[in-house]
Design a protein around this ligand. Structure first.
Ligand code: TPP
Ligand code: MG
Length: 327
């Protein structure tokens, strides 16, 4: 069970993700941030809870919607903001943008613009930890329900099962893949039932509920640490904003305003904060101070990004190709 301190930390991480992304959205609309930013607002509980269960032995693989995973795994918001600004001080020297943020020293094997791309990387990292290092470390593999329809999902989960790799596959089922509903694209109601095909445990949980996530992910992580193999946890959740900031939330008619508003009532941050307040774990003033401090942190991140230099022209091929140049 999470301690009170951990619950307070999860609340802080969720607020940090929310504020970072709200600011990123604003900056995108102002034309300051120009690369695509896929927002995680509404889904924060999944990353914040999952990463609270990890330690320094562990890895994550992320997705195109990766800001939340990166923040939850301890990335600095100033270096992330600089990356969104395309500045040389960013995590990828300004050349990757939101979809490529990674820091191996923090155990983040990368956000990934290829849907499902993180899944085979997770299996590979699982081989490193489970077959070679055998240190009890685990890999948390975040992916969407859309990715679960890709061939790589099958290959990765099958191999992880056969070799009993310490991987926890976390499907963030937000009901849409770009503008396509799960009703039109998914052969099953719950992605978790697919776990049976890979002879691993599969569970569907409320992805906006920190406690449900803790229970299910905690079990899966424990199993992986003991060398018993992978699990599949499906977190049902919802993205409040567009697939990308430009799509608005319901342009194209792929979902209704009412549906978005219904999900906003299930806000994961409010849900946890109601719990913390009811049990007098925190006061309203304390929550207010946390939010204020985060606004200040993100103000400073934006200021840092704005005053950071652009990458040098001479660096254009650096870290892009194997070796030093494109030749
Ligand atoms: C291999 C591949 N196919 C298609 C795309 C285009 N694309 C980007 S995001 C996305 C939808 C992914 O849906 P899901 O896995 O449910 O993640 P979500 O965006 O809902 O978080 C698609 C089709 C891509 N980036 N990579
Ligand atoms: Mg989806």
């Amino acid at each position: 069970m999470f301690s009170e301190k951990q619950l307070v930390n999860i609340d802080l991480v969720m607020n940090r993700i929310r504020e970072f992304e709200q600011r990123a959205l604003l900056l995108y609309k102002e034309g300051v941030v120009t690369g695509s930013v896929h927002l995680y607002i509404g889904e924060e509980a999944v990353a914040a809870t999952a990463c609270e269960l990890l330690d320094e032995r562990d890895y994550i693989t992320s997705t195109h919607r990766g800001n939340g995973h990166c923040i939850a795994k301890g990335h600095r918001t100033d270096l992330m903001m600089a990356e969104l600004y395309g500045r040389s001080t960013g995590y990828c020297g300004g050349k990757g943008g939101s979809m490529h943020i990674s820091d191996l020293s923090l155990g983040n094997l990368g956000a990934n613009g290829i849907v499902g791309g993180g899944m085979s990387i997770a299996a590979g990292a699982g081989i490193s930890l489970g077959v070679y290092k055998k240190n009890g470390g685990v890999v948390l593999c975040f992916f969407g329900e859309g990715a679960s329809n890709e061939g790589v999902a099958h290959e990765s989960m099958n191999l992880a099962s056969v070799w009993k790799l310490p991987v926890v596959f976390i499907c963030e089922n937000n009901l849409y893949q770009v503008f396509t509903s799960v009703k039109e694209s998914l052969s099953v109601e719950d992605v978790a039932v697919r776990a049976a095909a890979y002879n691993m445990p599969g569970e569907t949980v409320d992805g906006n509920d920190v406690f449900a996530l803790e229970e299910s992910l905690g079990r899966a992580i424990e199993r992986a640490r003991k060398g018993k193999g992978p699990s599949l946890v499906e977190a049902k959740t919802y993205r409040w904003d567009g697939h990308y900031p430009g799509d608005g939330y319901f342009l194209g008619g792929y979902r209704s305003v009412e549906e978005v508003e219904e999900w906003k009532k299930k806000c994961p941050i409010k849900k946890l904060e109601d719990y913390l307040l009811e049990r007098k774990i925190v006061t309203g003033d304390q929550l207010g101070s946390v939010k204020k401090a985060i606004v200040k942190e993100i103000d400073a991140a934006v200021a840092f990004a704005e005053k950071s230099p652009w990458p040098e022209e001479s660096e254009v091929y650096k870290d892009v190709f194997y070796g030093d140049t494109a030749e």
